[in-house]
Design a protein around this ligand. Structure first.
Ligand SMILES: C[S@@+](CC[C@H](N)C(=O)[O-])C[C@H]1O[C@@H](n2cnc3c(N)ncnc32)[C@H](O)[C@@H]1O
Length: 238
């Protein structure tokens, strides 16, 4: 074998070892921190009221975010119906409906809460083409083996307090690296006028381009707890 082939092989191997170590340490954290979080989440009652969706005592989604979700969908799907879409976190199903109204080749939804999964199934069964929609009832972190390859991914799930950057790193380094097609697009819910520097750094290491669209929510819900009503809608191109 030529010398450069050995070099290439050993650098590929060290990348694989790095990736394995990362998966291992993330999954250890998942078993300890997320296990309890997900357990609590799934055992909490969901309430949908005039303002939005509460899981337990906390609002996780507001109806006033409808326009925001429609903008995410429009930018992510580029207003055409040719994409295989993966959506992480069903919530009120606003993004799902937005995507469906634009049109998709297929739409896979991952949702952990059983009550919301049932709502997602009822919604799917009401569609003209229910066969295009696939629903996975699991944590997204544990769903990799059930997934195909996607043209577009929308990430809008919750993390245990203080762990959103770890989850984001796993999302990008593992899920998007394996399941988002080359040239595919990623978007995610991002409150504030910029993407947090750690997330931006992770994105820059893994994506060719990051487009950022500004959005301001005009009507603020009574129970809104974010510091701002401004958003960035990120569209990262792999
Ligand atoms: C903010 S809501 C999503 C709102 C949605 N984009 C919409 O348009 O209505 C977040 C959702 O992610 C789900 N979720 C949280 N952690 C999850 C996980 N690890 N895996 C899958 N779903 C998760 C929650 O149950 C909740 O339904």
């Amino acid at each position: 074998m030529h010398n450069t082939d050995y070099k290439k092989l050993s650098s590929e191997n060290s990348e694989l070892i790095k990736k394995d170590k990362f998966i291992h340490s993330y999954m250890t954290m998942f078993q300890t921190v997320h296990f309890q979080y997900i357990n609590d989440l799934c055992n909490s009652t969901c309430i949908i009221d005039k303002e939005g969706l509460k899981i337990g005592r906390q609002y996780v989604m507001f109806f006033n975010e409808k326009e925001l979700m429609y903008k995410h969908a429009s930018l992510l799907l580029q207003d055409n119906d040719s994409k295989d879409l993966l959506e992480i976190g069903y919530g009120l199903g606003i993004f799902s409906q937005a995507a469906c109204s634009i049109g998709v080749k297929s739409q896979t939804i991952i949702e952990i809460h059983p009550w919301l999964v049932e709502r997602a199934k009822i919604w799917r069964d009401s569609l003209k083409e229910p066969n295009k929609v696939f629903i996975i009832n699991n944590a997204w972190q544990k769903s990799l083996e059930s997934l195909g390859k996607y043209d577009a991914i929308m990430y809008d799930a919750c993390s245990p307090s203080g762990y959103s950057h770890y989850d984001f790193e796993y999302l990008i380094e593992i899920l998007c690296s394996e399941k988002l097609k080359a040239g595919g697009l990623l978007s995610f819910w991002n409150s504030g006028v910029r993407i947090p520097p750690i997330k931006e750094h992770i994105l820059k290491n893994n994506f060719k381009t990051i487009h950022k669209y500004k959005y301001k929510m005009i009507s603020i819900p009574k129970h809104w707890v974010q510091k701002t009503n401004c958003f960035i809608i990120p569209i990262a191109v792999k």
